[in-house]
Design a protein around this ligand. Structure first.
Ligand code: PEP
Ligand code: MG
Length: 326
């Protein structure tokens, strides 16, 4: 990107007509933090905690986790940092633990279900996050694969227990992090208004939302042609989630891959998304695309897409739009 300023001001990312869009990053490895801060990302929209678990021969201790999480809060001081609790199972396997296996791992004891079942591991992780967040300005904890309001309450209750315990133990911690959910299981769409009232924020995981809405394994190449984020059920589901969040005043962002794909960015902005969390390597391109995008056009375009009922009609519109603006 020669010729561009070394440090693009992502704080200044806005549509062509001046509507602010916040750009956050997805972080898998601490080594990616440098790219994110060099590019002046406004914060971390998703830190995937699986990696400290995957690289060790056994479950990391509370202390080992604390050290990793602390570096995130220090590296992003003053900015938003969203840490997702453990999302093992499905495509994210722990070699030393067979407790996530099952004949159908994508639908098995994974993700938040694993954490609620192995409550001691969950509490260790939450304590490590809360301690690492001591003094942080905008810490956020989010739970992956939430499928009901009850499950969200149960997980949040455990965070509250951890906060009480840390206070009793007089250990430095953050007493009041924002607590939100990954929206990625289609069962929440029908109850999304209630969830929007309860959760502090939504982060939409389109990778899994597409997988589960369409019943297509996201990692199986044999069915890759069925993995279609432009399916009308996906687009309408996303629009409904955003509408519920906006009307409840609940912060909402997209952290799945649709958030950095040029063909979907106008749609996402058009349905009301104002925060995208993308891989550090995509940040600049997303920033540039949004700067060229007029909001009014994106809104009309999104409504046109939502009106279509077939895959063919939607992909026709996507293609025409891409050619028209390309
Ligand atoms: C998603 O499902 O879209 C997501 C961001 O989470 P992951 O890719 O880690 O499952
Ligand atoms: Mg996911």
């Amino acid at each position: 990107a020669a010729g561009l300023s070394q440090k693009p001001l992502c704080e200044m990312t806005q549509t062509r007509d001046g509507v602010r869009v916040r750009l956050l990053v997805n972080i898998n490895l601490l080594s990616e933090l440098k790219t994110a801060t060099d590019l002046n990302a406004e914060g971390i929209g998703l830190y995937r905690t699986e990696f400290p678990f995957i690289v060790r021969p056994t479950f990391p201790s509370e202390e080992e986790q604390y050290v990793v999480y602390r570096r995130l809060f220090e590296g992003m001081a003053g900015r938003l940092v969203s840490i997702r609790t453990l999302d093992v199972g499905g495509d994210k396997v722990l070699a030393y633990s067979n407790i996530t296996s099952g004949d159908n791992p994508e639908l098995g004891l994974r993700s938040i279900r694993f954490s609620l079942y192995h409550r001691n591991l969950f509490k260790q992780q939450l304590r490590a996050i809360l301690r690492a967040a001591a003094g942080a300005d905008h810490p956020r904890i989010m739970f992956p694969m939430i499928s009901s309001i009850d499950e969200f309450r149960e997980a949040r209750q455990i965070v509250c227990e951890c906060i009480d315990e840390l206070a009793q133990e007089k250990l430095a911690h953050h007493p009041d992090p924002a607590i939100g959910i990954m929206v990625e299981v289609p069962s929440v769409v029908e109850i999304i208004d209630g969830l929007a009232r309860e959760a502090d924020f939504f982060s939409i995981g389109t990778n899994d939302f597409v997988q589960y809405t369409l019943a297509v394994d996201r990692t199986n190449e044999k069915v890759a042609q069925y993995y279609r984020p432009w399916h009308p059920a996906v687009l309408r589901g996303l629009a409904r989630i955003v509408r519920a969040a906006v009307s409840a005043g609940t912060d909402v962002s997209v952290c799945g891959e649709m958030g950095h794909e040029p063909e979907y960015i106008p749609f996402l902005i058009g349905i009301g998304i104002r925060t995208l969390s993308v891989d550090p390597g995509s940040l600049l391109a997303v920033h540039e695309q949004i700067r060229g995008l007029p909001l009014a056009d994106a809104e009309v375009y999104a409504q046109d897409l939502l009106a279509e009922e077939t895959l063919g009609a939607v992909s026709g519109l996507l293609g025409r739009y891409a050619r028209g603006s390309g």
